[in-house]
Ligand binder design. Structure first.
Ligand code: ADP
Ligand code: MG
Length: 582
């Protein structure tokens, strides 16, 4: 309660007196019909879209109030307004389980009284205005004043309101007001014959009701759309993935805000431009062809693609794209979601490195053993030569051979422990297997294990990263050796099948039971006290990067076969991931 609402309250009280004086002058039956008509309409407000406006409903009951005012005078109109406000207040109090606020009721009526008085003044001073203009003006004045006073009430209780709020509210109200004015002038006539009036009311009600229905559906749809749009907004605003929509000309029509964080480029600068500008020049061609097939064959695609950061850095991503068709079946857009792979590639690389280090550590014993033998013999010969230098010539070839042996072992070891910036090239798988075996030979001998490479037909070169593939063979062979603590035999069978090379490594070790077989490839799964549980994880990853597969079979009692399949035709994609990851 404040001075503003108190004044409205007093005006509301005065309206009761006015009502009593004026009502007695009129014929009752048409007045009652219109009275009821207004009340019924009040229950069916037109729903306006939720905006930055006051309220989101427009009461069609206003048609009735204005009609009463126009033909039966202010008393009739006030009576209907009173009844309407009372009912609304009772409903409001009921739905919130509160008592009716009489103060509120009277101050609301105060507002209506001011509006109705202004309208009455218009009728009195300009009695000859054409009906259409008069009814339109009455409605406009009524609503404009009502809205203004409502803002006043809000302002008086400390709510922030601005002229903009007022204008927004108006903007929403103009359209339903216009419809009400049309109904008022074209349908409702001041009959004194109740039947005619009832029919008119029904027509008006039907027209208004269809509009009410439409506006409600519209408001519902708008709200639903806004909810969905705001959810989508949340997703696109907060995702780290790059979401891009391109049109058939490959111009970007939408770029998510993540472009700023990931690429340092503002979406505003990307939208409207060709996508080619943000993609690494070597990848443009394949993106073009993928978008082309999405557009014309509705094909979905997944591609490793490098975007270019504002500072020139390439950012490796995986793009998933699909086409969006319109109702006519034509492709309108291609939506692409690109995920930053740099982190994943780093983790993969870290895994590889740590596994490599583990291998280095475990191999050290074998290597030391292998070096010690030639060293001992070199030392022995040197002792002899020291006593009798003439023997040097005789022992030189042996010394030479022993040094060569040491050098080979050390070289292999060094190659292994160095960071491996491998490249994809056509490689001979048989010699890669040979290298891996040579490398493990000392370790195998130490463990009393014999490794045999079975004779094989001609195997065409495989497009692969030699160091990585060698690492897989070493990992698998090491597992085979470790499965036979008392020694045994490892057979390597290399075979050519249609479009792929198969390397089968079979041991006679402890085997793997069914339960553990499922877990191989899980990071850190190991059954060894000094195991890392990374060897197979890394091997799986490397082989799948090459488009191949690894399969382990074992009866769980004795022996395991690891089958590695590598495709002969390796797609360009693999090379791309690999080169950009390094
Ligand atoms: P690690 O060798 O460090 O344990 P791996 O990933 O290389 O890790 O191997 C995981 C597990 O798979 C091993 O601990 C072992 O139980 C099992 N495994 C792999 N290869 C063989 C094999 N040839 N024979 C028996 N078990 C094997
Ligand atoms: Mg291992």
């Amino acid at each position: 309660m404040n001075w503003y609402t108190s004044v409205l309250f007093l005006i509301g009280c005065a309206s009761l007196v006015e009502l009593w004086q004026k009502l007695q002058l009129h014929p009752w039956s048409p007045l009652l019909i219109m009275f009821l008509f207004s009340l019924i309409l009040s229950f069916f407000p037109i729903r306006l879209p939720r905006g930055k406006a006051i309220g989101n409903e427009y009461s069609t009951g206003n048609v009735g109030f204005i009609f009463l005012l126009l033909y039966f005078g202010i008393g009739a109109s006030l009576a209907a307004l009173w009844a309407d406000t009372l009912i609304l207040n009772i409903r409001h109090a009921h739905s919130k389980s509160q008592k009716i606020s009489w103060f509120r009721l009277f101050s609301t009526m105060g507002m209506y009284n001011v509006c109705a008085l202004a309208d009455a003044a218009l009728i009195k001073n300009f009695p000859h205005l054409p009906l259409w203009l008069m009814s339109a003006l009455l409605l406009f004045i009524f609503d404009a004043l009502n809205l203004l006073m409502l803002l006043g009430v809000r302002d008086s209780v400390g709510e922030k309101v601005s002229m903009q709020t007022y204008l927004n509210s108006w903007q929403f109200m103009i359209y339903p007001m216009f419809i009400c004015a049309v109904v008022l002038t074209t349908i409702l006539k001041p009959y004194h014959d109740p039947l005619h009036l009832i029919l008119d009311c029904i027509y008006s009600f039907l027209i208004l009701f269809s509009i009410i229905y439409l506006t409600r559906q519209h408001a519902k749809a708008t709200t639903m759309y806004q909810t969905i749009a705001s959810k989508q907004q949340i997703i696109t605003d907060h995702t780290r993935d790059l979401i891009t929509i391109v049109d058939p000309k490959r111009d970007v029509t939408y770029a998510s805000p993540s472009h700023l964080t990931l690429l340092g480029r503002s979406p505003k600068h990307i939208e409207g431009q060709s996508l080619d500008g943000v993609i690494h020049k070597d990848d443009v061609a394949q993106v073009k062809s993928a978008i082309h097939s999405a557009l014309y064959n509705h094909a979905e695609f997944t591609l490793p693609v490098r975007f270019v950061h504002e500072d020139g850095r390439p950012i490796l991503t995986e793009i998933k794209g699909s086409s969006v068709t319109g109702e006519d079946g034509d492709v309108r857009h291609v939506v692409m979601v690109a995920r930053d792979l740099s982190e994943r590639v780093e983790v993969d690389e870290m895994l590889r490195r740590s596994d490599r280090l583990a291998v280095v550590g475990q191999l050290a014993a074998g290597v030391a053993h292998e070096i010690r033998n030639p060293l001992t013999s070199v030392k022995g010969f040197l002792k002899i030569i020291a006593k009798n230098p003439a023997d040097l010539a005789r022992f030189l070839p042996i010394l030479w051979a022993e040094f060569n042996q040491i050098e080979t072992v050390i070289n292999e070891f060094l190659v292994w422990s160095k960071p491996q910036f491998g490249q994809y090239m056509n490689e001979d798988i048989v010699s890669l297997v040979g290298n891996a075996v040579a490398m493990l030979e000392p370790h195998a001998k130490f463990c009393n294990v014999e490794i045999r490479i079975l004779p094989t037909e001609y195997i065409p070169p495989v497009y692969c990263n030699a160091n990585h593939i060698k690492q897989v063979f070493v990992n698998v062979l090491k597992n085979a050796i470790e499965s036979m603590p008392h020694g045994g035999l490892v057979d390597i069978d290399i075979e050519l099948e249609e479009k792929c090379v198969i390397v089968r490594i079979t041991d006679e070790g402890c085997g793997i039971d069914e339960e553990n077989l499922k877990r191989i490839g899980d990071p850190f799964f190991t059954t060894k006290s000094d195991g890392t549980g990374l060897g197979m994880v890394v091997s799986f990853k490397i082989i799948s990067d090459h488009g191949g597969t690894i399969r382990l079979t074992s009866d769980g009692v004795q022996g395991t076969t690891v089958e590695i399949r590598l495709p002969l035709e390796t797609s360009q994609q693999i090379q791309l991931v690999e080169t950009s990851a390094l």
